[in-house]
Design a protein around this ligand. Structure first.
Ligand code: SF4
Length: 124
């Protein structure tokens, strides 16, 4: 996978993004079997929610050096996952975007095991 083709797994809701995770009441992510393209109808429904990113995980093309999270030629969120002391889930969960995921590409399974606890915050 070329770096240019990698996907951000914590993207905002836009017309270019697609849904791949749904958060439960404990804010834990459940991954969809396939990525779901955001149609106009879906975007309208999601935009009625206060913060769609707090309920769903969206993905879109990684913007690498144009992203505020990009540090030292890497995604700083993926780097933080690698060094986090949060207890790891034992099993690797199936994920529809793993083949192209920036976090997996950068940090491997360690990122995946913590990924389901991440809530996208676009408030800053
Ligand atoms: S870090 Fe792993 S689980 Fe999370 S989106 Fe990427 S491939 Fe999927």
């Amino acid at each position: 996978m070329k770096n240019d083709d990698l996907l951000c797994p914590s993207a905002p809701l836009t017309q270019e993004s697609f849904l791949f995770g749904i958060l439960d009441e404990k804010a834990e992510v459940h991954y969809t079997e396939k990525p779901i393209r955001i149609t106009e109808g879906l975007a309208k429904i999601f935009n009625e929610l206060d913060n769609p990113e707090k309920h769903f995980r969206f993905s879109m093309k990684c913007s690498d050096s144009s992203c505020a999270q990009w540090e030292n030629e890497k995604c700083s969120i993926a780097s933080a996952l690698k060094t986090s002391s949060i207890n790891q889930a034992t099993k690797l969960t199936a994920c529809a975007i793993r083949r192209a995921c920036r976090w997996f590409s950068q940090e491997g399974e360690r990122a995946c095991k913590l990924c389901k606890y991440i809530v996208t915050d676009i408030s800053t």
